[in-house]
Design a protein around this ligand. Sequence first.
Ligand SMILES: C[S@@+](CC[C@H](N)C(=O)[O-])C[C@H]1O[C@@H](n2cnc3c(N)ncnc32)[C@H](O)[C@@H]1O
Length: 196
Amino acid sequence: MKIIPEIQEVIDQTGYKSLKSLMFLHYLVKYTNPNNILELGTGFGCSSIFMAKAFIGDRIISVDDYRGDTSVTMGQPHDNLVKCDVGHKVMLEEVDSRFFNDPDFHPNIVFMDASHNKVDLLSEYVSIEEKLPKDHIIVIDDLFSTDVKEFAVDLLKKDCYDLCFMPKFHDGMAVLSPYVFQNEILAAITKGASYA
Ligand SMILES: C[S@@+](CC[C@H](N)C(=O)[O-])C[C@H]1O[C@@H](n2cnc3c(N)ncnc32)[C@H](O)[C@@H]1O
C-alpha cells in the first residue's frame, strides 16, 4: 500500500510512530476479504483508511462518540476519509461503542479500539455478540493496558476462538480467531512486521 501525502497527514495527526499495526490491519483485510467490518473507535479515521484501502466488501461501519480524546466531531474523520479517497467505503456512526446495535450488520472483522476498561470492553462485545458470523476475527488494540489484556484472555475462553496472536505492534494487539484464518493472520502479521 502506498503512503500518499494525504495518508501521511492523517498518520501524523493521529500520532502513530510506526506503520506496523496499520499495515497489519490493511493486509488482514486484503487476505481475509471480509464482507463487513466494524471498527469501534474511529478517532481521526486513520485505521479506517488503512482497512478501507484493502476493502472490496459490502460495508465498513466505524463508531465513535467523539468524546474529545482524539477527534471532537465526525467532520474530522469524514474529511480525512474523503481526502484519502475512501469516503464512500466507510460509514461513520456517532454512537457510544458500548451500545452499538445494528440488527442487519454482521461484521467478519471487529477492530476494538474505543474503550480500554474491562467493563466497557465487555459491554461492547456483548452488544454485538449475537450478530457475529460463525467465523469472525476480533482485533483488540492496546493490549499492554492491563484491563485490555484481561479482557482478551477472558474472550479467548469462548468456544468460537481457537487462536490468539499477539503481535507487538503499536501498544500490543490481540487477534482472536478460529483456526480457519491462521495462515491469513500470520501472513498479515508478517507483512505488518516488515514496516518501520
Ligand atoms: C484510540 S482512538 C481510535 C483511533 C483509531 N482507531 C485509529 O487507530 O486511527 C479511540 C477513540 O475511541 C473513542 N471512544 C472511547 N470510548 C468510546 C465510547 N464508549 N463510545 C464511542 N467512542 C469511544 C474516542 O472518542 C476516540 O476517538
